[in-house]
Design a protein around this ligand. Structure first.
Ligand code: G
Ligand code: G
Ligand code: MN
Ligand code: NA
Length: 254
């Protein structure tokens, strides 16, 4: 209840902020995008993790205005670096299952992009496997509506969602983000190596980009890059950063 009540005031009080975590080419560490990650500093509760407040926002319906704010703010802030000439750096936004089931999500995404003036190719939407499990036909239709706008679609936390692998070939997806559960044990844990090899090779053979999450060490980076993973994200390259720090990193490099 305290979280829900606090959350009701969070938007109006300007208590939400987006941080940006770079996504890099594993070979060169060149930044090719950033994932927007929401942070809430409540006047009453202090800092509250999205792991705690996103589910409350979903159950209370507050995720609709909050998700809208996140989408719009991420696009507006990405336009700042776009306008500085970084047309090659996209922004990735996490969608909640509740937003995904909204009837006119594609219309809303199009409206935000055009009002902000950000090209659709600069927006990547991160979905989770669990969003894709029920009503395959409506899901395919919803994903096709999004793809038609020109945004890219990624599956977040890939490998942890208990869903059927058959969706991978039916849905118009661009990238798989391999969950950090499969990265943590690399390269010393034999089972982790087996799983990582299988996931990367399957993703590649199906024509998806592979984004490895939770890269914390040079050895994890080198190992996954050698396996054929293209893109990495994790504390090795950078923690999630405030907009100004992210833009400074874009400008000055590492
Ligand atoms: O950034 P952090 O590690 O605290 O994120 C924890 C969880 O919260 C992750 O699963 C992440 O996907 C989720 N999360 C972070 N930002 C957002 C957001 O803007 N929207 C949604 N729906 N989830 C988010
Ligand atoms: O579920 P999702 O992939 O959206 O979650 C992203 C979360 O993972 C963010 O909250 C971010 O803070 C966290 N994260 C990003 N990089 C790393 C990392 O290298 N190690 C760990 N432990 N967490 C990370
Ligand atoms: Mn994510
Ligand atoms: Na993840």
């Amino acid at each position: 209840m305290a979280v829900e009540n606090g959350l009701r005031k969070a938007l109006g009080n300007g208590e939400l902020e987006l941080l940006y975590q770079p996504k890099v080419k594993m070979g060169s560490f060149e930044i090719i995008g950033a994932e927007a990650l929401v942070r809430w500093t409540s006047s009453e509760l202090g800092s509250v993790s999205p792991v705690e407040f996103i589910p409350v926002a979903e159950q209370s319906g507050l995720i609709i205005p909050i998700g809208d704010w996140i989408l719009e703010t991420a696009c507006r802030q990405a336009k700042h670096w776009y306008d500085q000439g970084r047309h090659d750096v996209h922004v990735a936004v996490n969608l909640s299952a509740v937003q995904f089931r909204e009837r006119d999500l594609a219309g809303r995404v199009m409206q935000v992009l055009s009002s902000v003036g950000l090209p659709p190719g600069c927006l990547d939407l991160e979905l989770t496997e669990s969003m894709l499990v029920d009503d395959a036909e409506e899901t395919v239709a919803a994903l096709n509506r999004l793809k038609k706008i020109g945004v890219t679609l990624s599956i977040d936390d890939f490998g942890t969602g208990y869903s059927s692998l058959s969706y991978l070939t039916r849905f118009p997806l661009d990238a798989l983000k391999v969950d950090r559960a499969f990265v943590t044990g690399l390269p010393d844990d034999g089972d982790a190596v087996t799983m990582a090899k299988a996931i990367v090779s399957m993703a590649q053979n199906l024509g998806f980009k592979v984004v490895a999450e939770g890269i914390e060490t040079e050895r994890q980076n080198a190992f996954l890059h050698a396996l054929g993973s293209d893109i990495g994200q994790g504390f090795l390259y950078s923690r999630p950063l405030p907009l100004s720090a992210f833009m400074a990193l874009l400008k000055n490099g590492r």
